[in-house]
Design a protein around this ligand. Sequence first.
Ligand code: ZN
Length: 347
Amino acid sequence: MTIMPKTTKKTTGFPLRRAVAAALLPLVALGATLAPLAEAQAAAPAQQRSQVPGYYRAAFGDFEVTALFDGVVPLAPGLLKGLAADEIQTLLARMFLESTPGVQTAVNAFLIHTGQKLVLVDAGAAACFGPTLGRIQDNLKAAGYAPEQVDVVLLTHMHADHLCGLRDAQGRAAFPNATVRVAERDAGFWLDEKTAASAPKEMQGFFRMASEAVAPYREAGRLSTFAPGEVLLPGVTAMATNGHTPGHSSFLVESQGRRLLVWGDLVHSHAVQFARPAVSIEFDTDPAQAIATRRKVFEQAVREGWSIAGAHLPFPGLGRVGREGEAYRWVPAEYGPLPAATAPSSR
Ligand SMILES: [Zn+2]
C-alpha cells in the first residue's frame, strides 16, 4: 500500500510524515473494519435514566458506616430566616443551585455496623412527604443488609422525615427486631398528648405522625429514651444539640481514635448555613437555640477534626467542616476504596 506521494523525498518534512503515516496506518485499517459495524449499530441504545443504588460506604476505625439515601425534597428558599432574600439567592447561585420550585434537599439516614450491633440513625420519611422520599428500605437492602438485622434505631429527633420510615405500609414495625431510642426531651414534647392538643393546627399533623411512627415499638416495649451524654452502645454517645427540636440530638461515633458526628438537622442548606450559621429555618422549634448550637458544633467539629454525617447535606452527607474566617465551609468526602473489614465478632 503506497501512501507517500512520490515527491516526498524532496521535502524536508519527510521523516516526520513517514512517522505520522506509520502511526495512522493501523487506524486506517481499523476504520475499514469498523465501518460496517458502525452502520449496523446506527440505532443508539436506550438511555438508562435510573440512578445507581442510594448507598455509600465509609469506615471509621473498626466501624463501618453506610449512608442510606431516602430521596430528595425541594425546600423553598423563603423557609430560610435571618438573611435578606437577595443575599440568600447570591449564596445559592454561588453553588449553582436551582431554587425553583425549591432547592433540592437530600434526606439521608446512616447505618452503623459496630462489629457487634447494627445501628440505624433515623429512618427516612416513608410515605409521609410524597413520592420523592421513602427509599430507605430499598437502599438498606441494596447495601447488603436486611431490616430484621437492625438492632437499634436512634432518632436524632421526631420530625416526620426522620421517623415515618419506622413503620411499613401496613403500619407494622419496619425494623421488627429493633429497639427505637429517642432523647427524653423530644419524646416528652412530641409524644405528649397535652402538648399536641395545644399546638397550632398546622403542627398537629407532625405530632400525629410522630406518635403513629413509634406506636408498634411502644406497644412491644421497644421504645426507650436516652439522656444527654448517655453512652448508647460502646463507641456511640448521645450529644444534646437542641434547638431544631426541644431534644434534637447528635451521635458521636468513635472507634480507634476516629470520630464521626452524626449531626441530624444542624444544617438544611449547605450553600447558605456554612457561610452564614445565623440563618435558621422555618421548622426550628427554637431558632435562637438552633443557631447557637450550630455555631458551637461547627467550632467543635473544626477543633476536634470530627468527620460529619448530615441528614440534609448532599448525599451521601459525609465530609468535614472547615473554617473560613468568620464563616465555615463544607468539604464532602471523596469516593474511595475501604480498608479491609475486621474479623466479625459474636453479636
Ligand atoms: Zn429533617
